[in-house]
Design a protein around this ligand. Structure first.
Ligand code: FES
Ligand SMILES: [Fe+2]
Length: 358
């Protein structure tokens, strides 16, 4: 159902510690923790013996002790101790998953461990760079993670869903461009000489019209970053001079739990007034309430998708970025299946004029 040869976020850096933390990633229950040296480890959350979730056991050094009969599993999944017997059954092990901490997140690799290359983790350096400041949060969504990707790749919804904060008519009316690289899909929209929406009016702190930008990048399969900002019209932002404006960088990473649920890790950082905790809190909380508006929409959409399993989505121009992003995801799944077409867990997007399923 999901690309398994991919890195997914299992938690924020501060959430994963010297305790056994249960998570579900791509339908697989895992237990995540930190070893004594501080590095992260992840095991399947089911004991080899009688399947008790290991997350209700205990940590002993780097090892996990099952809470039922005390089998002990090392971070590589091997059972290293059994009660009342000296000889260990050689098949006694649980799956272990490569785990890496980067950009304030702990990432796990759910597929073939031999393919786990940490160079494939999306570059979200802004999330822990000294040149950026900000913070984020976590939102559970009862929807297919791809509905969130669709949502982020088309920001015209800001006009209708977020009109009290970051939306106005300009977002829905301005033209945009869609492009792609080998690993990304990019959507760029410039709104020149517009009235700023309320959030940006407040934080720019200047009167008059602005030039506003949104540069969206999809990093397959589950991360979307958005470079956003405004600058007073005529100060050169479209030509590359943002010095009179304000820039934010919004990070969105979604981790599929099931076909119809995901965990949405998000953050917003900025590259000015880096020491202002007040600004960090104000931006984070503004974004939290904006994303709560998306949650309501996405969960209502998922309920409808589940209610009408045979209906299709109809593509508009605004869906160009989302269609390409989904194509990348489908291609990853197909590659893992040896080229066989992936069966989509939700209604596929179809192209105008080729109105067929599949
Ligand atoms: S179920 Fe884990 S030791 Fe028996
Ligand atoms: Fe939104």
């Amino acid at each position: 159902m999901f690309p398994m040869n991919a890195w997914y976020v299992a938690g924020w850096d501060h959430e994963i510690g010297r305790q056994l933390t249960p998570r579900k990633v791509c339908g697989i229950p895992i237990v995540v923790y930190r070893k004594v040296d501080g590095s992260a480890a992840a095991l399947e959350d089911a004991c080899w013996h009688r399947l008790l979730p290991l997350s209700i056991g205990t940590l002993s050094g780097d090892d996990v002790v099952c809470g039922y009969h005390g089998l002990v599993f090392a971070p590589d999944g091997r059972c290293v101790q059994m009660p009342s017997q000296e000889t260990l059954n050689p098949s006694a092990c649980v799956r272990s998953f490569p785990a890496v901490e980067r950009h304030r997140f702990v990432w796990v690799w759910m597929g073939d461990p031999l393919e786990a290359d940490d160079a494939l983790i999306p570059d979200l350096f802004q999330n822990d760079s000294v040149e950026w400041a900000g913070d984020g949060g976590t939102t559970h969504l009862q929807c297919d993670y791809r509905l969130l990707i669709d949502n982020l790749m088309d920001l015209t919804h800001e006009t209708f869903v977020h009109h009290s904060s970051i939306g106005n008519r300009a977002v829905a009316e301005a033209p945009f461009t869609v492009s792609r690289t080998e690993k990304t899909v990019e959507v760029t929209r410039w709104m020149v000489n517009i009235d700023p929406p309320p959030f940006f009016r407040k934080h720019l702190g200047k009167q008059g019209p602005v030039d506003r930008w949104q540069h969206i990048t999809f990093h397959a399969p589950s991360a979307v970053t958005i470079d956003v900002g405004v600058a007073p019209t005529g100060t050169g932002a479209p030509e590359g001079d943002r010095s009179q404006g304000i820039t934010g960088f919004v990070i969105h990473v979604s981790t599929p739990e099931t076909e119809t649920s995901c965990v949405y890790y998000w953050a917003i950082v900025r590259n000015y007034k880096l020491t202002s905790q007040r600004l960090t809190t104000e931006w984070r909380e503004a974004v939290r309430s904006i994303f709560a508006e998306d949650k309501a929409i996405l969960e209502a959409q998922q309920a409808a998708v589940s209610r009408y399993p045979d209906r299709e989505f109809y593509p508009l121009n605004i869906d160009g970025g989302a269609i390409l992003a989904r194509r990348y995801i489908d291609q990853m799944v197909e590659r893992e299946r040896g080229g066989r077409a992936a069966k989509s867990p939700v209604i596929p997007i179809v192209s105008v004029g080729t109105h067929s399923k599949g």
